[in-house]
Design a binder for this molecule. Structure first.
Ligand code: SAH
Length: 271
């Protein structure tokens, strides 16, 4: 399937022999928006899937590659079949640069330009599984839409998906990308500062944050329904995925989960 929307102008990146590369300098894509493995834990497979890819068979094989990705997620502890099925519906290779399409189904974060990354599939699945444990929220807020991939996976499960992105170029890219996923009409993308949340749509039974800060503003925590769940990476050099549950009008519970590495959560917008 060819992309219908023009790509935004590149504002980051290095020049290679093909023109502009979207890989910005300084960003370590292999450990951004990804789980940090401890010694003895499974090692992600980094095999290239290029042999399965060429222009003629992309559509056909992407389904097979997605199935392989699902099998790997299952081996790596993602048990929720609803989440695995949602991941199977979304063509991740259409959310990344064409030059990176052959890596789209590896368990890795990949650059999307503007020094940001598309989250590792394991992270996307893990965060969604936590939000949907023992329930399916009727609406969800994602902060840090990036290229729109996680919002697209969420839309396979959740009837109303609100997602905010602070970088205008990525917001525009996401608007185009989500059209490649089923149920795109369930996604409401906003260009703005996600730290402010979306008061006009609050409260949310679930909030996912796709970038790491030291803490989260009360303003955002207050947009969680009572009984609602927020999942976010917290920390700077050392980051952990954290599950926050709102237990009352002025009380929240925090549970520290696995170590992760995410791109930074920043205030304000970037036109
Ligand atoms: N959810 C994406 C991951 C994108 S990376 C995926 O599906 O792969 C995280 C994104 O968070 C980046 O695009 C970054 O620009 C964005 N971000 C950081 N701080 C933000 C903020 N305050 N408001 C909205 N987006 C923010």
């Amino acid at each position: 399937m060819k992309k219908k929307y023009p790509r935004p102008q590149f504002t980051q990146g290095t020049v290679n022999r093909f023109g502009q590369s979207r890989i910005g300098d300084g960003l370590q894509v292999l450990n951004s928006n990804a789980r940090i493995l401890q010694p003895g834990e499974f090692t992600p497979q980094r095999e290239t899937m290029s042999p399965y890819f060429n222009q003629d068979n992309l559509g056909l094989n992407s389904e097979r590659l997605r199935s392989m990705m699902i099998e790997r997620l299952r081996r790596e502890g993602i048990k929720d079949e609803r989440v695995l099925n949602a991941m199977k519906q979304v063509p991740r290779h259409l959310f990344v640069d064409e030059g990176l399409a052959s890596h789209a189904y590896e368990n890795a974060a990949l650059p999307i330009g503007f020094q940001q990354t598309i989250s590792q599939p394991w992270i996307v699945a893990r965060m969604i599984a936590l939000a949907c444990q023992e329930r399916i929220p009727h609406k969800i807020l994602e902060i840090g839409a990036g290229c729109g991939y996680q919002a697209a996976v969420l839309a396979q499960l959740v009837p109303q998906v609100y997602a905010i992105e602070r970088i205008q170029g990525l917001y525009e890219m996401a608007l185009g990308n989500i059209q490649h996923a089923p149920h795109a009409e369930r996604i409401h993308l906003h260009y703005g500062d996600g730290l402010k949340g979306l008061p006009e749509q609050a409260p949310f039974p679930a909030i996912l944050v796709a970038a790491a800060g030291m803490d989260l503003p009360k303003e955002l925590l207050k947009q969680l329904s009572i009984g609602g769940r927020l999942i976010a990476p917290l920390g700077q050099d050392e980051q952990y995925l954290v599950l926050i549950e709102r237990t009352g009008t002025d009380s929240w519970n925090r549970k520290l989960l696995e170590p992760v590495r995410f791109v930074p959560l920043r205030a304000g917008i970037q036109p």
